[in-house]
Write a protein that binds this ligand. Structure first.
Ligand code: 3Y8
Ligand code: NAP
Length: 244
């Protein structure tokens, strides 16, 4: 089995597979310097597009493919659907439901990054930009704000934002930790992706508690595929989906 990882759910599934002695390989893209070690044989790096993944599935005689990548890893998920079809390998996605606003939340929901940038027009504010490293430079279109960036690794090149602070930290995050971040940096707006799950939710709970507005970037559309939301459902699928 090949497990496309990089999320808390992927790690939970990896532990369950290892505990059952299931012959599985864990896959990271290699986006951060020290990805969390997994209890499974692990490969790091791209496959070389759809063809590369299809070839990998055939050469490694993969009988089941599970896509447990992040909801914003849209290209990987699209490649998984295409390559699984080419290789004739059953595919299942392990995903998490999007966050929904609760009482007390001050959300502005936008469909994508471009809409988020439009929503950032207007007077200068102190903004927690909790969307990682990719796309940071696009916020230079709104230079009036003071940005607090949260990155997994220190930036390798200068950040193209006039006024910014950098926090180096990786999740899962805690509510008390994110309350401290919002207070210490006097955050007036949180910008984030609708990742879902627990690992990144803390900033939303902290923002609700402090009455800080959130600019929520909704997920990209993914191709249709079989999808479950729990580790148990994946194990059940594995048990009832014979290798083709
Ligand atoms: C390399 C592998 C686990 C997985 C933990 C989850 C939770 C903590 C919260 C904020 C939001 C953000 C970011 C985030 C979270 C989990 C999960 C999650 C968000 C690691 C990891 C890898 C990555 C890649 C990284 C991206 C970045 C995104 C930071 C490991 C730690 C912002 C997504 O510097 C970079 O290039 C970073 C790239 C893709 C988004 C971006 O575009 O910058 N994740 N994150 C994976 C690989 O190489 O395949 O070390 O664990 C994993 C996790 N990060 O096992 O417990 O389940 O989502 N990851 C977002 O949600 O917006 C931080 O700061 O509040
Ligand atoms: P992406 O844009 O959808 O994918 C870009 C390319 O990266 C893919 O075409 C593939 O390269 C490679 N890739 C992506 N995930 C991979 C994996 N698990 N194993 C091997 N190769 C992978 O992906 P992304 O958004 O950069 O996400 C990269 C990783 O970070 C994933 O593991 C994802 O789960 C994790 N992550 C992403 C986010 C996010 O906000 N995007 C948040 C948390 C975690 P080839 O075409 O060469 O095969």
């Amino acid at each position: 089995m090949l497990l496309l990882g990089g999320t808390g759910e992927a790690s939970a599934l990896a532990s369950a597979l290892a505990a059952r002695g299931i012959d599985a390989c864990f896959s990271y893209a290699g986006r951060v310097k020290e990805p969390r070690p997994q209890p499974l044989p692990t490969r790091v790096g791209g496959f070389g597009g759809i063809e590369g993944l299809a070839r990998y599935l055939l050469e490694e005689r993969i009988t089941h493919l599970v896509d447990a990548t992040h909801p914003f890893a849209a290209q990987m998920s699209m490649h998984a659907v295409a390559a699984a079809r080419i290789a004739g390998v059953p595919l299942l996605a392990l995903s998490r439901s999007p966050w929904m606003p609760q009482a007390g939340d001050l959300w502005q929901r936008v469909p994508d990054l471009a809409a988020a940038l439009k929503a950032l027009a207007g007077p200068p504010r102190r903004v927690l930009l909790a969307i990682g490293r990719t796309h940071l430079s696009e916020f230079a279109a709104c230079p009036q704000h003071h940005y607090v960036l949260r990155l997994v690794d220190p930036p390798t090149e200068p950040v193209a934002l006039a006024h910014h602070d950098v926090l180096i930290d990786r999740g899962p995050f805690s509510v008390e930790g994110d309350l401290a971040v919002l207070k210490r940096h006097r955050i007036e707006l949180v910008v984030c992706k609708n990742a879902g799950g627990e690992g990144a939710r803390a900033k939303l709970l902290a923002a609700r508690q402090l009455g800080v507005p959130v600019l929520m970037i909704e997920r990209p559309v993914l191709p249709p595929r079989a999808e479950v939301h729990t580790v148990e459902a994946v194990l059940d699928w594995l048990a009832h989906t014979p290798p083709v």
